[in-house]
Ligand binder design. Structure first.
Ligand code: DGY
Length: 329
């Protein structure tokens, strides 16, 4: 133990906590609930390192409150909760957990895609209600996947893994890229096509969102986007809720402008837009994309290793502001 003090803003799997306890005095929020702002700031004031979640806002006010802070480790790959520029300005390294949750999240996107296309959640509700009257040729008709066109918005790690999983279904794969850069893996493995966003909307039977939330992607999917999509198309989102303007989505689902949506994330979590929960053509999950036991354990150890490196003045494995260490070299 070297006298370092660490605060963990919510209970995470023990693997990472055990690691942290080998180098520091570790305090964990005892409640299995998001930490309130005042406690976050008060705890940050006493700590050398904080391991936090996507529900913790890591901004100028947080850094003001944390004069001793040597590093902040996010227990998530998404980092729209962190003002990275502000962290860099203050020379505080910050990290996230990419890689370890790629397959879990991509698999969750497929679970949503199938669930909404084949009406899995809706018909499960019918069975449980006792309303099923027996087999019928016109009942619960959904949409198939084989041979259809799949659109990937944001072909990074998770988007690429998701697209590769389509191999068994012989799908035509389209993808967008904010930097207009080709994805060599998708091009080679799937003969995928890099297309403008609007082209994807017009051609895809299934669109899956894998882009980070940035000022450019906030409300990328709004009424105008839904108007361009096929009325038979489905939208899946396992990335960040605000990429979709949720009120517009509810409208599009209600009017039949698109066929359905599979959602794991929401614009104002844990709330949902009015009307969304009433839509049978929406499958709604409580932000569980990375929620497998092994993945959450891997996130725990990666976030812990990152924080331990930062406390040591070393560059964490998955650093969001690596330039801080380049300039120290
Ligand atoms: C992330 O990592 O960004 C997910 O939303 C939670 O695992």
């Amino acid at each position: 133990m070297n006298g370092h003090k660490i605060y963990v803003t919510r209970r995470i799997p023990d693997q990472g906590l055990d690691l942290l306890r080998t180098v520091a005095d570790v305090e964990v929020n005892p409640d299995d609930a998001p930490l309130d702002r005042a406690t976050l700031l008060a705890k940050a004031a006493e700590c050398d390192g904080v391991l936090g979640l996507l529900t913790d806002r890591i901004d100028a006010e947080f850094f003001d409150a944390a004069p001793r802070l040597k590093g902040y480790a996010n227990y998530a790959v998404g980092f729209d909760n962190i003002d990275v520029a502000e962290a860099t300005r203050r020379k505080v390294p910050v990290s996230n957990t990419p890689g370890v949750l790629t397959h879990a999240t991509a698999e969750c996107a497929w679970a949503l895609l199938f669930a909404v296309a084949r009406r899995v959640a809706e018909t499960d509700r019918v069975m449980r209600s006792g309303a099923w009257t027996g087999w019928g040729p016109l009942q619960f008709l959904g949409s198939g996947v084989t041979g259809k066109t799949l659109g990937i918005v944001g072909a990074g790690r998770i988007g690429t893994a998701f697209a590769l999983m389509s191999r068994g279904f012989g799908m035509k794969v389209l993808y967008t890229s904010s930097s207009n850069r080709r994805n060599a893996v998708l091009d080679k493995e799937l003969g995928a096509e890099l297309v403008p966003f609007e082209t994807m909307l017009e051609r895809a039977d299934y669109v899956s969102i894998h882009t980070p939330l940035t000022p450019q992607t906030r409300h990328l999917f709004d009424a105008a986007a839904f108007a361009r999509m096929k009325s038979t198309a489905y939208l899946v989102n396992t990335a960040r809720g605000p990429v979709i303007k949720e009120d517009d989505l509810v409208q599009a689902l209600q009017s039949g402008e698109i066929a359905g949506a599979g959602l794991d994330v929401y614009e104002n979590e844990p709330a949902m837009a009015p009307g969304l929960a009433e839509r049978d053509n929406a499958v709604i999950l409580p932000h569980v994309g990375s929620a497998t036991t092994a993945t959450r354990e891997d996130m725990s150890t990666l976030a812990a290793r990152n924080l331990m490196a930062m406390l040591d003045g070393r560059r964490p494995e998955t650093c969001l502001n690596p330039e801080l260490f380049d300039s120290r070299a």
